[in-house]
Design a protein around this ligand. Structure first.
Ligand code: C2E
Ligand code: MG
Ligand code: MG
Ligand code: MG
Length: 292
């Protein structure tokens, strides 16, 4: 009997594997088509808000994908798939062009959009011609220096620090802000914060979310240390994943420059982001006039 059950479990396992493989393959084919056609791909923008003034300082570009026949697939699923298949390279290039074209469209409409940060995975960062791609992007879309920036995780910068410095410096040459994403979740030593030409440190949302409630002391100590360190190193600090007023309150005790999270704005499409940023602008200018 045991043997029989074992065999059945094995068969079931095989069947599940088969379905899974099949789905993965179908998804990969769909991703390949999207990379070719752009169909089902959209950029959402999540505001980065100045903690003290409420002004929208910038946005993070986040890919959204709804392939025909699948419904929405989360980035947590399709980004790793894109990584494994190598499709992240053409996908990332598409994203960069979509963002640049959107920034251009806003400028042509007479608006002054805030800076937009693009996520770069290791494979993207280490492309031979990344710097040239970025240079060409600024030129083709006639974007002012610094309007596009990048976010990298600690693991991207762990190896080959010398080469990383050269690439980061070249990007800084276009005025790009360069952020360390999800800070505190990697394994890196702290020395690279000093050695690399970064502008921004984004504290991972797990620390922000544990600032409130039971056993908040550990997170409070980490946030105090990290923000203090960033301040000393001249880095701008972003708190990620701020969801509640209580978290915002807790963060007011530390030198945090910018907030990003559902509390200050969810990722929304370009039209939604435009409304969000113009609303903040009106409020901010209104307050400035009231102060005069
Ligand atoms: P990330 O770069 O750390 O982006 C922040 C993620 O946190 C986003 O998830 C965002 O929707 C989510 N988030 C923002 N505010 C809150 C909040 O208050 N609470 C919670 N619980 N979550 C919040 P999303 O869009 O699902 O993206 C997940 C990850 O996928 C990103 O993490 C990034 O690593 C990757 N990703 C997304 N778009 C791209 C892309 O264009 N290129 C690359 N290479 N990676 C991307
Ligand atoms: Mg990011
Ligand atoms: Mg992040
Ligand atoms: Mg994160």
């Amino acid at each position: 009997r045991a043997k029989q059950e074992g065999r059945n479990t094995y068969r079931l396992y095989r069947a599940e594997m088969h379905v899974k493989d099949h789905q993965q393959l179908a998804l990969e084919t769909a991703l390949r088509n999207t990379v070719e056609s752009g169909e089902g791909l959209e950029v959402h923008y999540q505001p980065l808000v100045e903690r003290d003034s409420g002004e929208v300082h910038g946005a993070e570009a986040l890919l959204r994908w709804s392939p025909p026949g699948f419904g929405a697939v989360s980035p947590g699923e399709f980004i790793p798939l894109a990584e494994r298949s190598g499709l992240i390279i053409p996908l990332g290039q598409r994203l960069m062009r979509l963002v640049a074209a959107q920034l251009r469209a806003w400028r042509v409409a007479g608006l002054a959009p805030p800076r937009v940060a693009i996520n770069l995975s290791a494979r993207q960062f280490w492309q031979d011609d990344l710097v040239e791609q970025v240079r060409a992007l600024f030129e083709e879309f006639d974007l002012p220096s610094g309007l596009i920036g990048f976010e990298l995780t600690e693991s991207v910068l762990l190896d080959h620090q010398q080469q990383a410095v050269a690439i980061l410096e070249a990007l800084r040459g276009f005025g790009c802000h360069l952020a360390i994403d999800d800070f505190g979740t990697g394994y890196s030593s702290l020395s690279y914060l000093q050695d690399l030409p970064l502008t921004t440190l984004k504290i991972d949302r797990r620390f922000v979310q544990r600032l409130v409630g039971e056993d908040s002391r550990g997170s409070a100590a980490i946030v105090a240390a990290v923000t203090g360190l960033a301040r000393e190193l001249g880095l701008r600090v972003v708190a990620e994943g701020v969801e509640t007023e209580a978290q915002r309150q807790a963060l007011s005790r530390y030198p945090v420059d910018l907030l990003q999270g559902y509390l200050t704005g969810r990722p929304v499409d370009a039209a939604g982001f435009e409304r969000r940023w113009l609303r903040a602008l009106v409020a901010w200018e209104g307050a400035a006039i009231a102060r005069e």
